[in-house]
Ligand binder design. Sequence first.
Ligand SMILES: *[C@@H]1O[C@H](CO)[C@@H](O)[C@H](O)[C@H]1NC(C)=O
Ligand SMILES: *[C@@H]1O[C@H](CO)[C@@H](O)[C@H](O)[C@H]1NC(C)=O
Ligand SMILES: *[C@@H]1O[C@H](CO)[C@@H](O)[C@H](O)[C@H]1NC(C)=O
Length: 343
Amino acid sequence: MKLLFAFAALATTARAYWLMGIENFITTERLDPVVNPGRVSGHAHSVLGGSNFRAATNTSFLRQSDCTSVPIPQDKSAYWFPHLYFQWNNGSFTSLNGGAVICKQFESFDDSAHLTCLSDYLFSDKPGTTTAFPDDFRMISGDPTLRTYDPTSSAQRAITFLCLDFNGQSIRYPYLPTRSCPSGIRAEVNFPSCWDGKNTDSPDHKSHVAFLSGGPDSGTCSDPRFPKTLPRIFMEVYWGSQDFDKFRSQARNASQPFVFAHGDPTGYGYHADFINGWQPGVLQKAVDNCHCNPYGDPKCCADQGIFDLTSGKKCRITPSLNEQSKRLCPLLPLPSLLTTTVF
Ligand SMILES: *[C@@H]1O[C@H](CO)[C@@H](O)[C@H](O)[C@H]1NC(C)=O
Ligand SMILES: *[C@@H]1O[C@H](CO)[C@@H](O)[C@H](O)[C@H]1NC(C)=O
Ligand SMILES: *[C@@H]1O[C@H](CO)[C@@H](O)[C@H](O)[C@H]1NC(C)=O
């Protein structure tokens, strides 16, 4: 998969950061170990991170992954999001090519077009102010059922789409752009970064965490119910939508021909999930010590021996569900329970 890099526009509270280019999705399949543990999920997700992504997984199992698609081998966390498809006027779907980068970020910087981030980690410059994710921490940002927009909702403002134009101006929308994007579409999710300090999960996988006081990307953890500041994950996934511009006239909807796996042509229901799989202690050391430079280069963490940096590492898993790839497409009948063992 081809990767393009562009710097993300990020607000000013988080100071230090790093960026990690992701080589590939480790798999695309109908699994969601947060929402549907041990079962088949209703829609297909593409997955980044540790190879022990399964229908059910957790921190200790992820840590035992043979590989990770993230260039920091100490990060075997799982990150996943719905896959994107082009819908033809006969109703068929074709999968888009995508790519991603993980950025752990703690310094603000301006948009300058050339990075596809998958998860940026953003955190404060001050050592001791950011708490690394605890074991078995998991969360979701976004709501797959939404098809409308409430601009007063931090949770909805956490979902954005950058219509990329590397030779012009890239424009950010709260919905899937209804025009062609010359250099592709970057789907972006901010995760909540304030934590109740106690629960590693909650029934809706959201209420143990909260967004910053100023919205998804600015402010502080001022709500006393969510006093702990976590690294802020900003996941950006690049989709090569421009490959389909020549087919727009054959699309079911020429003005916005793309559909997410959860059956969503609007983008308002875009979402992403995270399960912590960091090796013990590494992320805490990193947020306390890796204030490298304002450009998201994680090299100073590597120079300090906090984590390694590898590049070009291929990490893929064999899909645990035996189904044809076209069944991954959206709007298909819900699957039955997973009966085969996937471990
Ligand atoms: C973690 O997940 C693995 C794989 O699903 C499972 O075998 C193990 O029992 C789980 N551990 C805990 C503590 O839940
Ligand atoms: C729908 O149209 C596309 C593009 O012409 C074609 O590739 C695909 O096979 C068609 N699907 C069906 C079910 O006819
Ligand atoms: C086509 O997409 C546009 C833009 O999202 C939307 O406003 C319109 O309702 C869609 N048309 C149909 C027939 O779904």
